[in-house]
Design a protein around this ligand. Structure first.
Ligand SMILES: Cc1cc2nc3c(=O)[nH]c(=O)nc-3n(C[C@H](O)[C@H](O)[C@H](O)COP(=O)(O)OP(=O)(O)OC[C@H]3O[C@@H](n4cnc5c(N)ncnc54)[C@H](O)[C@@H]3O)c2cc1C
Length: 427
């Protein structure tokens, strides 16, 4: 679902609430008593959780909505590749929770959620307090599989940054690029699917090449990939040839791209038969759902959270919904756009369920932009519908920037999307 204005959303919300009472009174599970206001807790204030909290309140101002986020401010990954390339300042990634708290009427709690008691329906916080809920939305994003690549753990990431969560890792990679001598090799390792932001490694390679072309033109970007193909591949390859000839090299899994071991100290990466020395080493490791999802038993063998795509409710924990990167919403990719779209559907479903109404069959949308330089971008889009027969999401329409499409226009759209999504989720 594309971001929409508060006015038009309220019109839509009005249509939904006309089907039942706006106030959400509920029976409390443990005491059996009836309360006038239903309580929804949301854990994780990223694109998924912040959007869900906001749209719950827009749909039903009577709800008590509590947003639990461990960081005082959110740092956005969209835009972070531009920081790495020196096109944006780190501060431009910062999003605040003031408007959600002071204007939207959401209770915000700055704390780490540690456990979920699904029987009592409470979320325990690090300080020992607990937040009760009638329905819970969990959106903890991702964590890294630190055991997946020999030699690459959290300590190694201080030498060879992943920069796959925005913050100190982003600025570390930026500083390393600035310090690199001309003629150096920037090596990026890309993981197998699924992972956060499928086109992200290739946007990063492009924007780093943009920086190198200007300031260190004898340098090179090498991508070692655990995959045999990647998102928007032909558009990226076309762009690299046009903008950065001979500067960006992609080695697929078929050609020894899959890495097996990392020596972060000497910045050497080993594949089955080969080794590559880097001057700047950016290892993007394999990923899994955020820690809380594992602690709360919301994940399956894949390391991600299964959900019912009709409501995003967990089949493993009643009254608990999971959205954003942490959930498996195949065939949707893990993106901020998708997270925002899922949040709106989940918010509407939670309100339906609180009022004992059957949720409608959802349609969702994703549209991911990638910059190859500040005035050159490409994009991919997908529309997904719930299939009642398959009980899963299906891609009903997909598209990409045409090979001869207007890259400058796409860059303008990409920039305005960054502003719109920030306002839609946090404003
Ligand atoms: C380099 C890069 C570029 C990207 N560019 C784009 C782009 O252009 N377009 C796009 O659509 N997507 C992009 N993405 C993907 C996008 O960042 C993610 O898909 C999106 O952030 C997912 O949102 P989320 O809310 O699920 O997770 P997150 O954004 O990670 O938010 C999770 C939040 O939960 C909090 N949290 C976790 N555990 C707890 C806990 N126990 N208690 C309290 N709080 C907790 C975290 O602090 C965090 O704030 C990019 C990603 C990267 C890495």
């Amino acid at each position: 679902m594309a971001p929409i204005s508060r006015r038009s959303f309220i019109k839509w919300a009005g249509a939904i609430s006309a089907l039942g009472t706006v106030g959400c009174s509920v029976n409390h599970p443990s005491t059996g008593s009836r309360r006038e206001k239903a309580r929804v807790a949301v854990v994780g204030g990223g694109f998924a959780g912040a959007s869900a909290a906001k749209y719950l309140k827009l749909l039903n101002p009577e709800l008590e909505v509590t947003l639990v986020e461990q960081q005082a401010n959110y740092l956005s990954c969209p835009g972070s590749n531009e920081v790495i390339a020196g096109l944006k300042q780190p501060d431009e990634l910062r999003r605040k929770y003031d408007i959600l708290r002071n204007v939207q009427g959401i209770q915000t709690v700055t704390a780490e959620a540690q456990t979920i008691d699904t029987a009592r329906r409470t979320v325990s916080l690090a300080d020992g307090s607990a937040i009760p809920y009638d329905r819970l939305i969990v959106a903890p994003g991702i964590d890294f599989r630190w055991d997946a690549i020999d030699g690459y753990d959290e300590t190694a990431s201080l030498l060879a940054p992943h920069a796959w969560k925005a913050g100190p890792q982003t600025t570390l990679l930026r500083r390393q690029l600035q310090a690199m001598p001309d003629g150096g090799v920037v090596l990026i390792t890309a993981p197998a699917n699924p992972y956060r932001c499928p086109p992200g490694p290739y946007e990063r390679a492009s924007l780093i090449a943009h920086f190198l072309k200007r300031y260190k033109p004898r340098s090179k970007v090498l991508i070692l990939d655990a995959k045999t193909q990647f998102s928007k591949q032909s558009l990226f390859l076309q762009g690299w040839e046009e903008l950065y000839p001979g500067m960006v090299e992609w080695i697929s899994a078929e050609k020894e791209g899959k890495i097996e071991r990392v020596d972060a100290q000497s910045r050497v990466v080993f594949t089955e038969f080969d080794e590559h020395r880097a001057d700047v080493l950016n290892v993007i490791p394999p990923q899994k759902a955020g820690k809380l999802a594992h602690q709360a038993g919301l994940t399956d063998q894949s390391g991600w959270c299964p959900i019912d795509p009709l409501t995003f409710e967990s089949p493993l924990a009643p009254y608990v919904h999971i959205i954003g990167d942490a959930c498996t919403a195949t065939p949707m990719p893990k993106s901020a756009f998708a997270a925002n779209s899922q949040a709106k559907i989940c918010a509407a479903a939670v309100i339906d369920l609180l009022q004992d109404r059957e949720p409608g069959h959802p349609s969702l949308i994703n549209h991911c932009y990638s910059f190859l330089k500040p005035d050159y971008a490409i994009s991919i889009t997908g529309v997904y519908k719930y299939s009642p027969t398959e009980k899963q999401l299906e891609a009903v329409s997909t598209g990409e920037t045409p090979m001869n499409g207007d890259r400058r226009k796409e860059a303008e759209h990409a920039r305005s999307w960054q502003k719109i999504i920030a306002t839609d989720a946090f404003g």
